[in-house]
Write a protein that binds this ligand. Structure first.
Ligand SMILES: *Cc1c(COP(=O)(O)O)cnc(C)c1O
Length: 454
């Protein structure tokens, strides 16, 4: 089958364990307690998450068993397909072999249910009755709402206020799954009230909504927090993506030279690339790994590698990460899932050790490549995913110019069916690149907690 385009595994091939990069990655700075500055322990985390997840957050064990009930729900859309983008290759007239791993087949349309399902399972096991979380454009909120519905948990989602009003369909999806969706900043929390007292018209941010969700989880024994990205255990759960991809490349009798993912907080990127990096660190083949981020929120290409909070009010543990500062407010680009000030500590550490590269791309180029992809491969990509496509297209064109063939894999983290407004803006010519004001960036960086390494 020389023209094969789809590499499919069976239900029995869904991975039985998640892979923890921390086992093979030397170094790495611990999370610190926001009050004392001491290294975070399981006991510090159990106020907002079950012991099982707190242990996964801090462990260096290489493999964590995936509970059978979680695998069974995964089976509805996993193993996800690996496609060879033969039509895109022809359009680009490239000798490169381009593959993509498609996570848009989950009920919520992205990779996020891979961890939402696991988190809901462990919380249900622990007797928790409600999960609180934040969401920007609504992808994480809808994934956790789905998971809550499947496990019989109440879900409260603090949704960034400007998105709550501008993107009603994701809110409706959350409500359809039975969740309660609250525009943030809200009057329900001290963090929200403090922001509103200063600025009654505050449009909200992911950092503020996170503070609200954590405050609620910490203050109520029956409520826990569900994190959509950044944290170690979230990236851990996403590693089913890369493990499946490795098995699919064996079917294809190929192996990627380059692996690319888009990065908001780093979870789909880590999920796809960490199993490949793990093989490399254990003596296997070397891969070039590229993280694609927006020029308007350039966490890895222009941020500091420093301890910072994950939220605005400073309630999360201090995380050593690439960050633009927890007070940074990114411009309103359409890839809402990439508008986050920080980056997962594990991704940040891999970047610091030069195991991966980071590249910043602008919105207009991303949409151009996303549309070329939709017109050749048929899938309308999420605006976030177009960042990975843009880098893949660049690398494929480089192959044409250098007259060399390379195998390129990128993560197609989700579909864009809820983002057609952004496509309309692009197609009508009204979409602009959002320039990042250097003064805003340096002001936010100046407000870093300024901790020296522990
Ligand atoms: C949320 C989201 C992202 C960004 O989050 P990561 O944690 O960096 O993966 C990327 N793509 C899609 C489709 C998303 O929903």
């Amino acid at each position: 089958m020389t023209d094969q385009i789809k590499y499919v595994l069976g239900e029995q091939d869904i991975p039985r364990t998640w892979y923890n990069l921390a086992a093979d990655l030397p170094g790495g700075a611990p999370h610190l307690h926001p009050g004392t500055g001491a290294e975070v322990t399981v006991d510090d985390l159990v106020g907002i998450m079950p012991v099982t997840l707190a242990e996964q957050e801090l462990t260096r064990e290489a493999e964590i068993e995936i509970p059978e009930p979680v695998r069974q729900i995964y089976a509805q859309w996993r193993p996800s397909p690996l496609f060879r983008a033969r039509r895109l290759e022809r359009v680009l007239n490239t000798p490169a072999r381009i593959y993509y791993k498609y996570e848009g087949g989950s009920p919520a349309g992205s990779h996020k249910p891979n961890t939402a399902i696991a988190q809901a399972y462990y919380n249900k096991q622990a007797g928790v009755t409600r999960l609180a979380t934040e969401t920007g454009a609504g992808q994480w909120g809808s994934s956790l709402s789905l998971a809550g519905a499947l496990f019989g948990l109440d879900v409260t989602v603090y949704m960034v206020k400007v998105s709550y009003h501008q993107k009603p369909y994701r809110r409706m999806l959350m409500e359809t799954y039975g969740a309660r969706c609250v525009p943030s900043p809200s009057t329900e929390t001290a963090a929200g009230r403090a922001i509103l007292a200063e600025d009654p018209d505050c449009p909200g941010s992911l950092g503020i909504a996170t503070s609200e969700a954590i405050e609620v989880a910490a203050g109520d024994a029956g409520t826990n927090y569900g994190g959509g990205s950044v944290l170690n255990h979230v990236l851990l759960h996403q590693t089913v993506i890369g493990q499946e991809a490795i098995a699919q490349f064996a079917l294809a009798d190929d192996y990627p030279d380059i692996v690319i993912g888009c990065t908001g907080g780093g979870s789909n990127f880590g999920g796809l690339t960490f199993p490949f990096l793990g093989e490399q660190l254990r003596g296997g083949r070397k891969v070039r790994v590229i993280a694609a981020e927006p020029e308007s929120c350039p966490t890895m290409t222009r941020g500091s590698f420093a301890y910072d909070f994950g939220d605005t009010a400073g309630l999360t543990p201090l995380l050593k990460m690439h960050t633009l500062g927890h007070s940074f407010m990114p411009p309103p680009v359409h890839a809402g899932g990439l508008r986050y000030h920080g980056m997962a500590p594990l991704v940040s550490e891999a970047l610091d050790q030069n195991l991966i590269e980071a590249a910043a791309v602008n919105q207009l180029n991303c949409f151009a490549s996303g549309i070329a992809f939709a017109r050749s491969e048929g899938i309308v990509p999420a605006p976030e995913s177009t960042h990975a496509i843009e880098i893949a297209v660049r690398e494929a064109i480089k192959c044409r110019e250098e007259n060399t063939s390379r195998t390129i894999l990128f993560g197609l983290s989700g579909h864009g069916h809820f983002d057609l407004g952004a496509y309309e803006a692009y197609l009508s010519g009204s979409l602009r690149d959002e320039a990042l004001d250097p003064a805003v960036l340096s002001e936010a960086l100046a407000k870093l907690p300024g901790l020296v390494d522990a």
